[in-house]
Write a protein that binds this ligand. Structure first.
Ligand code: GCV
Length: 604
């Protein structure tokens, strides 16, 4: 079994019957790694996930003991800083799987589902325990196993599949991981109701009974996750009700059992007419939810994607995250590389997360979630180096102040036995990878020039005349949408400091310029280059760097089978980058007629 960043740990025992609780697991991990030391584990339930280490005593809550043990082991194996006392910033550190019960994974790039096949539960307990250990070793504690687009028979997870769900919850429990389930807002209708209206007493009773049934089997279920009124999913809008009414309906059913209702805010008009310039998709979430601030019950958490569009390579922070004052919120990230290279192209996310937290004060949110990037592939992540994104997400969810450099260097030290110069080379390329991908794909915050639906490779007009609200409106003279107060008004959704930063094209950071502004190709960038020249240059540079990345990776002593997989993918990345360079540069060259100042090859 590929151990990823646990490669220096002993494999888990085949007979797991002696490990029932996180404290049992902590004891086992410590005694395996450090048999000559005897550690005292001192439970202090008041500490929850937190721990204190003093000499050879670890004090903590039931799960805190386990996190303390892993922190100690990471410290010994990778020199990770070892605080004498630590507790996570967020109590809920969640992974959302978009796995379907037929075994497919929506936006999955690491093989089929680890949980399901053929419309049933189907898994290898040892593979799942290893996944659970990977998650626990970086402090992740909630796992939603089913897709937010709930396809039959996943509605049955609260019903006929409940015994299977309960068995899976038992498997994850010793790792301190609680399960969560995606539910469909219209589920009462499946049971013969004529509506799912939140004001209907029968519907309310249905959800209460469903919650009671589920919690009888799984008393520590974390809660339900819901995608409603989004991309065709049912929701309260059908009944003329608000999303606060919809969310509270389910939250009230969960409250007696201590469950949370995580309600996603990915709501927008996905049937827009591209000719209609009055609708600006990034404004949708704020417009829908901000007026409802204060109307959500305590156990509702609104889960909000980091940017206002949809996990593009670069977006400004969602203004909704900065505006709700009386509502609990979770930041949603995507580890699955849907728009970011599909675990073929190298893309380390930690630098991007760092930027998000520069604009999003960590105390503004109460929880954090990420769409999973794992699947049934031998190495769990498709690309062996994509493992750093799950690893880093766990560390970030514990402590959002962690730096990308710390994440990457710890991950390399735990995963590979490299000499310092090789560690340094790999770390440098991993840290640069997001910027490289960005350069050959999306110009200056524009996004969406990707092939529709599959979301890999270039197609600059693919989404342009479609109904998804994702337009660049490139013409002969200019490109972008004016989202300032003089344009669609999107910048007005931000607090004053950010509004000012984005409102004026000369103050707006280059890398977000075309997100906020419509500009002529001759616009002078801060460094004196014209906008069009900058687009050409970035694409040439990005493709050149992808070629250099391949050479650098060839020179590193990866063990097999990682080496073969990494190099195969780097070759595909190089080709992908060349393709992006040529398609995007040709697209803009044909429109603008402006030649490249450096006379490089742009195809006609
Ligand atoms: C789960 C994007 C993806 C969809 C995904 C959706 C969401 O639109 O392409 O596959 O659906 O986001 O986050 O709900």
């Amino acid at each position: 079994m590929n151990m990823n960043w646990l490669s220096k740990f002993a494999p888990l025992p085949e007979d797991f019957s002696g490990i029932q609780t996180p404290a049992d697991l902590a004891r086992w991990e410590l005694s395996n790694w450090l048999p000559e030391h005897s550690f005292t584990l001192e439970p202090d339930p008041s500490m929850g996930d937190g721990f204190r280490i003093s000499g050879s005593t670890i004090t903590g809550g039931e799960t805190g003991l386990l996190y303390g043990a892993y922190a100690l082991l990471r410290h010994m194996q990778a020199g990770a800083p070892l605080p004498s006392e630590s507790c996570p910033r967020y109590p809920l550190r969640m992974i959302d799987c978009w796995d379907n019960m037929d075994g497919s994974v929506e936006r999955g790039y690491a093989g089929r589902s680890l949980f399901f096949e053929g419309n049933c539960f189907a898994y290898h307990p040892d593979r799942l325990r290893h996944l659970a250990r990977l998650m626990a070793s970086v402090g992740l504690n909630v796992l939603c196993i089913s897709n937010v687009n709930v396809h039959e028979p996943a509605q049955g997870l609260l019903d006929e599949f409940l015994p299977d769900l309960s068995a899976l919850a038992d498997l994850f429990r010793p790792f301190g991981i609680r399960l969560m389930v995606s539910v469909d807002f219209s589920m009462p209708i499946r049971d013969g109701f004529s509506s799912a209206d939140p004001r209907d007493a029968g519907v309310q009773a249905w959800w209460q009974a469903a919650a009671a049934r589920v919690y009888r089997e799984i008393p520590d279920l974390a809660g339900f996750l819901v995608k409603a009124d989004s991309e065709g999913r049912p929701g309260p809008f059908t009944y003329g009700r608000t999303h606060a009414e919809g969310a509270n309906l389910l939250a009230r059913a969960l409250r007696p059992f201590g469950g949370v209702l995580v309600w996603r805010c990915f709501v927008y008009n996905c049937r827009q007419d591209w000719r209609d310039h009055t609708i600006d998709r990034p404004m949708a979430a704020y417009d829908t939810y901000q007026p409802l601030d204060g109307q959500f019950d305590e156990n509702v958490i609104l889960q909000i994607k980091n940017g206002p569009f949809d996990f593009q390579v670069r977006e400004p922070v969602s203004p909704l995250l900065l505006s709700m004052q009386k509502t609990r919120m979770a930041l949603e990230l995507q580890l699955a590389q849907e728009y970011t290279g599909q675990q073929i192209d190298l893309y380390t996310m930690a630098p991007m997360w760092r930027e998000i937290f520069q604009d999003l004060p960590p105390e503004r949110i109460q929880a954090i979630a990420a769409v999973s990037n794992f699947g049934r592939d031998e190495n769990y992540f498709g690309h062996p180096l994509a493992a750093v994104n799950l690893f880093g997400f766990g560390l970030l969810a514990w402590n959002p102040e962690i730096t990308p450099e710390e994440i990457v260097s710890q991950w390399i030290l735990l995963t590979y036995d490299f000499l310092p110069e090789d560690q340094e080379t790999l770390g440098r390329w991993m840290l640069a990878s997001r910027r490289i991908y960005e350069k050959y794909t999306s110009p200056l915050g524009l996004g969406w020039m990707i092939t529709p639906h599959t979301h890999y490779g270039p197609n600059p007009s693919g989404y342009e005349y479609d109904l998804w609200g994702t337009y660049h409106r490139a013409s002969r003279d200019a490109v972008g949408i004016n989202r300032t107060s003089a344009g669609t008004g999107y910048t007005c959704q931000y607090p004053p400091a950010l509004r000012q930063r984005y409102e004026d094209a000369s103050a707006c950071p280059d890398l977000l310029l075309l997100f906020f502004h419509r500009l002529p190709y001759g616009f002078r960038m801060k460094d004196g280059r014209s906008l069009i020249q900058r687009i050409y240059d970035d694409h040439f540079e990005g493709a050149e760097q992808a070629a250099r990345l391949l050479e650098a990776l060839k020179g590193l002593p990866f063990p097999e089978p990682d080496r073969q997989v990494i190099l195969d993918r780097a070759v595909r990345q190089k080709e992908n980058a060349e393709n992006w360079r040529d398609v995007i540069n040709t697209f803009f060259h044909r429109l603008s007629g402006v030649p490249d100042a450096l006379e490089r090859k742009i195809f006609d």
